[in-house]
Write a protein that binds this ligand. Sequence first.
Ligand SMILES: [Zn+2]
Length: 229
Amino acid sequence: MKFITIKKRTLCAVLMILVTICSVVGVCYAVRATSLPKPNRTIVIDAGHGGRDGGTVGKTTGVSESKLNLDYALELKNLCQQFGFEVVLTRSSMDGLYDESASNKKKSEMEKRRQIINNSGADLMISLHMNSFPLSSASGAQVFYAKGSSLGFELAKSVQNALSQNFENARDYVSVGDYFVLNYSTVPAALVECGFLSNPEEEKLLQTKQYRQEFCYSVLYGIISYFDM
Ligand SMILES: [Zn+2]
């Protein structure tokens, strides 16, 4: 695959083996056996948008960002759970987080998202989104953190490093992002723009199971690296 290097295959193979070990013989044994950090941690995975807010739309296939965000969130959830992490999802269906009776649904949705994240008692939060840009050539994963959050910066850096090692077009730097879920999260948080739905090639890649799995393995690796600091 064009965007994927040999390094990724090595990394993904190691993680796939670890996850398989975890699911077969139990997480505790696997953790002792591999001397990786004890995964008694809780992670909030936030699938962006939902309900009447579909986010951006794929230029070629018309896929909605909210659907892909959910697909990636569920994939990452499974991997994290197989590794032994506790997982809290902000949403697990295509429904929006807002109260249907609310007059301001955006405000209602944001408040609900904030409550789930900040009441979770989690160690970190990963918010998943898909990007869009007027130039169709723009591509690659970008990770953002809230201005002034040193732990958010470290988390974003760990995830971005894992992605840039495995996907040639991923950024090799992190950026401050002025996003509600980052600014109002009381737990260390990073927002991952997985790729561009305005890029026809990436739009198709993002919808393949293999790409989704490899991408989420990389995010999991970034999370593990963050805990191992
Ligand atoms: Zn989005």
